[in-house]
Design a protein around this ligand. Sequence first.
Ligand code: PLP
Length: 383
Amino acid sequence: MTKASLTPRSLAAQAMGKVDPTTRGVVPPIHIATTYLRDEDNGYSTGFVYGRPDNETVREAESVLAMLEDARAGALLFGSGMAAATAVFQALDPGDHVIASRVMYWALRNWLLTEATRWGLNIEFVETDDLSSLKAAIRPGETKLVWIETPSNPLWTITDIEAAAGIAHAAGARLAVDSTCASPVHTQPLALGADIVMHAATKVLNGHSDVVAGVLCAREDDEFWQRIKTIRKMQGGILGPFEAFLLIRGLRTLHLRQERQAASAMALAERLSAHPMVARVLYPGLPQHPGHDIAARQMKDGFGYMLSIQVTGGEAAAVRTAANVALYKRATSLGGVESLIEHRASIEGAGSPCPPDLLRLSTGIEDVDDLYDDLDEALKAGA
Ligand code: PLP
């Protein structure tokens, strides 16, 4: 059996089979050095020069991530999802036109509106789940980047990655995908034609709510990817070695966690659809979800761990429901082994497409009946 014939699940479980070369320990050590010895001829034959660009533990985590995304050009880890995402926009030139999904992680949308525009980027927000809107907005030769998030936080709209890549490429633009809420277990955007895939590795990739990290994976090692590498190297956005070690540890169980989380999210979506205090369930696994057919095509082994509900009693009932959970944790973030509930509109503020009666649910690995009972009791108490 060769390494090339092994599945991503097997390769991730053993973190690419890497062992400690000194002791043959099955878990490689955490490399913490900030500087490395030069050769006698003054060179750096190991390829390790200085800790800001070069760290072996970070590279080990990157090799697992590049394998999971089938990223020919490799992966680059950053100190947060936002650091990874903003590096892509910083690699553009002033005046470049950018199209971004209107429904996306709110902090990135705010950064694009407030900071990216100060650097001269011309950002246009579009409902990218509607391909005709994307086609109408794209400006051949002028649009340099299409940024989509799918499923998109917190409404879980679905953008057709393959079609969006076709539209972007025909206009001379790149396609970047925030795939945080799909994870490489369910979707591989690069295989569908995307140029760059980004994850907040803080979420399900690490999976234990104890690391803040972000990653970019690229298909082509081109001039744009080199610019992003330079930005990380010069601006010092690299992830720390201890966080990289924890991330590797999390990635070893990614497939197990994801399967369980997606199965539980599907079961919760179905059961909550019949709940009298739930007006609407937003989950791409449900056949009535507007993006279901595309999701069924571009996602495999489930539809992810994130869903939202809109409660019949409106905003006040939604806030009361969140106040009454016992097992769910009332906290922001997503993707951990513990289930989280959050009233998103209170966080996202004015300008957000998030309805006020919406509660976002991140599904963990607890017993799914316990999760349902907790929501059922909280919905009844909140009504
Ligand atoms: N993208 C998505 C979809 C997210 O949900 C988040 C965080 O919640 C981010 C990006 C940003 O990641 P981080 O918090 O690690 O900066």
